[in-house]
Design a protein around this ligand. Sequence first.
Ligand code: ADP
Length: 439
Amino acid sequence: MSRPLLGCIADDFTGATDLANNLVRAGMRAVQTIGVPGQALDIAADAVVVALKSRTLPPQEAVAQSLGALRWLQAQGVRQVYFKYCSTFDSTERGNIGPVADALLDALHPDGDGFTIACPALPENGRTVFRGHLFAGDALLSESGMQHHPLTPMTDPNLVRVLQRQTRRKVGLVPYDVVARGPDAIRARFAALRAEGVGIAIVDAISNEDLLRLGPALAGLPLVTAGSGVAIGLPQNWRDDGSLRPSGKADRLPQPVGLQAVLSGSCSAATNAQVRHFRAAGRPCFALDPLALASGAQGLDEALAWAQRQLARQDELGPLLIHATAEPDAVRAVQAELGVERAGALVEQAMAALAHGLIARGVRQLVVAGGETSGAVVQALGIAQMAIGPQIDPGVPWTAVRSPLCPQDTLHLALKSGNFGTTDFFDKAFARLLEEAAR
Ligand code: ADP
């Protein structure tokens, strides 16, 4: 099997999917792994994204996990490493962006200090960097709401200063006027900064064109650290040196098989609208009641028996939905009775068990709504690797996975975080898969 070219380490799960989705759209076949795999990659890919949950860990633990991911990626033969963090540079005074970047540079440059960039710009989502200052839309980062983040409050918009507090290397800047002049000017600035002893350079970028100008200047750099935006400029480097074949089929997944279902444990506004829309279209829906589940008045066997009857008539009825999704008042009532944590855990465990039961009943195309809910389902299905396929809506691609629960078949899985997707997302998702199958 061909070796992957780009190895990525993402500091959270949905950020990993965001990056993988960008790489696929830019023409690289991408695989996402859940944590550091215990074995070699067994899906052909041009890029691999290891999804960690290291953003708010103590720095030492984040470093240890990131180095574990690096060793595994090196064993897969990757030629460049990409440390992915949030486009709002989410970090504390101590890290983890600086400590992880330092540790990766040390590991990749045992004989010297090494050099890398740091650039969270994601212009598509309004995250831009100018004169080293990060903006979210029209607001400086520190006035964007991020200053109130419960875990990683961002009170300083000057990334040179923010990063300098987290790293022992000297931090410099590639300012906008240099970026605007293109790859040669950027390379020359890198050389000048290195001569001044700079180890990490913040790079200005306010548009995708800037990121595409930055891309060629990053060719051959062992480590890139960035949000998901910088990824759009990298695939061209591999095309230019002949290691990435031009192909319009990076998002090709195996043919879908089996029955279709949706599990929704998200109570976000967008998901509530999607559930209402699906129900109004006359699709089969089953509402879980957390209080009845807790008291034993409702059992998962009841939900699965219902599902079995719907699945038997899927040709006529279409995909089914089982949801705990509820409006804020109902959620508050459940939380008042059970407590926030117990209510959450109860519903997540129920979703995990239902996913298990649906796979046992022949479901092979599954949409899961909710970030935490998706985590619980992915774990319950024993999934280690996800091949990233076509985008359904921004940030939500179909993926193809292998599960020990159905070792003979490919399972198609779409994980939708709460506020993503249009109102008709559930039907749109299955329609998209059908379109792909016909491609
Ligand atoms: P989102 O991506 O929308 O934030 P998550 O799955 O991450 O969705 O989080 C939703 C949380 O709410 C989960 O812990 C889930 O178990 C819990 N939950 C789902 N339905 C209910 C409900 N009816 N009452 C209380 N909690 C619920």
